[in-house]
Every structure is written in structure tokens, then in C-alpha cells.
Design a protein around this ligand. Sequence first.
Ligand SMILES: Nc1nc2c(ncn2[C@@H]2O[C@H](COP(=O)(O)OP(=O)(O)OP(=O)(O)O)[C@@H](O)[C@H]2O)c(=O)[nH]1
Length: 312
Amino acid sequence: MTTPDQPDFRSGFACFVGRPNVGKSTLMNALVGAKVAITSNRPQTTRRAIRGIVHRADAQLVIVDTPGLHRPRTLLGERLDSLVRGTLTEVDVIGFCVPADEKVGDGDRYIARELAQIKGTPVVAIVTKADKVTPQQLAEQLMAVDALGAWAEIVPVSSFGGVGGSSVQPYQLDVVADVIIGRLPEGPPLYPEGDLTDEPEQILAAEFIREAALEGVEQEVPHSIAVVVDEMAPRSGRSDLTDIYAHVFVERPSQKAILIGRKGERLRKVGTQARKQIEAMLGTRVYLNLQVSVAKDWQRNPKQLRRLGFYD
Ligand SMILES: Nc1nc2c(ncn2[C@@H]2O[C@H](COP(=O)(O)OP(=O)(O)OP(=O)(O)O)[C@@H](O)[C@H]2O)c(=O)[nH]1
């Protein structure tokens, strides 16, 4: 068996890029084998570069999750894009994700052009959501993606099932891992065994709250939600209970009303769902105090953006 002391142990960083909602975070979670990035069926769920760590006997792969790359429309969009570009130049391998079930479009071509300008970093094209199409459609998509650029390899994958939904087992996750790991440099592990992410628990807690808040809201509201955990600590004298005080920010009073719901019913549901996720992460019971506040137009306001943790 290969051990970390052996010279052929590989370690390094990879990141997934692609349009919003193509399954990047889900793929990372599936590879890591635990929930370290939040997912939702709404585009632009991911706003931070979260690292997931894949431990294998022969390698350690650190995955940097990025927000979907797209032409920026707001100041938040611009900051997210510069975050993505900064990440791309620092990793050993880039995984360019294109979903199997949507025709290759302008958004994919835009990203392919951006990637063509990054020299020296291999790009593996990953065709995601293979379970949603027939083998024939998958073959056609692989050819369309091949025509988009000069990829180191092209791999179809599904985090949820076989091609065409033929099984409920993930499809080719191990192949994606092998292909990426094969392109990492040789080197010792970068993180201790057992670590799945280096994202602070406080930030993950905020992300779980945001994920719960996103559920069931429509139109512009999802983009307007930001969450800050103000305080997170064990209750004094109790190692089995964590107190968490968090703010959910929205941009307008009308959105605040939507989030809170009739007699606070919606917010209670958000709290319950988030609390369960946080309890699973921390392994303690959680008291969660959620406050909803309006931070007017925070996506366009530099001061508010800094306050919410999005730096230039
Ligand atoms: N059927 C199927 N659905 C998937 C698969 N991977 C992801 N999805 C779904 O696609 C949606 C988007 O997934 P995410 O992982 O949040 O996508 P993302 O690319 O990280 O999105 P952003 O954070 O917006 O950039 C979710 O509803 C997932 O459940 C897959 O392999 N098969």
C-alpha cells in the first residue's frame, strides 16, 4: 500500500468552474463524501471558495469550490468573478463543468475562452449530471464539449446516478478523482488526515442558514440574502449545547416580510432546518437565534459588502 511517506504520494489543489447551477458544489461534496458546500436548485448559490479535502491512500486532493463564473452585473458579481480568476491561477488542475442536459451555450463558451488564457494549468472538462440524459445524448454532449477547447481530458460524471438514471449509484466519481489526482504534483499531504474542510465552522453555519433561507423564496430574493454569524460558542458549563446568534440580511423591507412569513412561521422553519444541519456538523445541540435585518442594496454597496465578508 502507498503511504504518505512514499515518494509517489500526490497532493495539491483543484477547482471546479462552470456556469451557475451546473453541479459543481454537489460534485465536490460527493467526492469529499460529506456536505461541505451548500447546494440548491437556484443559480449562484455558492459565494465563497470553500475547500473540500479528499483523502486517499495515494493522494490528497484539496478542492476549492468557486462561485459560478458569469458576466458580472453587480459589484457582488465583480468581486465573485475576481475571486474565481484569482483561484484559477493558484490551483494545479481546473475542472470545467458543463451539464449533460443543457445545450452548450454562450455562458460555456465565455468560460472556455477565459480558460484558454490560463497557461500552464491543465483543464479537465467534466460533463456533469450524466444521469439526466440518454447514452446517445451524453455522447453528443461529450463531442460538443470537446469542440469547445483543448482539454487535458473529458470525463462524464453524475453525483446522483447512472447514465439515463439507470442506477442510483454515482457515476464515475472515482474516474474524475483519478484523472484530477493524476495531474497533481508529487508531495506530502497538506492537511491532517480526517479533515474534510478548512472552512471555519462559523462560516459553514452561516452557509447552512443561508441554504435554509433560500428554500422556497423566488425571483430576486435569493440573491439578496446574506448571513452573518455574530456569535457561536458553547453555553457556559455545557459542552453539549452551542449558542448561535446570526443575522440574515436582505435588501428591502418587503423581502424581510417574505423571509419572516406569517406570524414568523417561515423563519421558524428556516431556523429548524439550519439547526439540524449545524447540530450534525458540531455534534452538539444548538440554540439558534435568527434576526432578519435590511441592509439596503448591499450587493452594490462596498461598505456593506465588506461588512458581509466580501472583500476586494
Ligand atoms: N440529476 C442530477 N442533478 C444534479 C447533479 N449534480 C447537481 N445536481 C443538481 O443541480 C443543482 C445545482 O447543483 P449545485 O451543486 O448547487 O451547482 P453549482 O454549480 O455549485 O451552482 P452555483 O453554486 O450556483 O455555482 C442542484 O439542484 C443539484 O441537486 C447530478 O449529478 N445529477
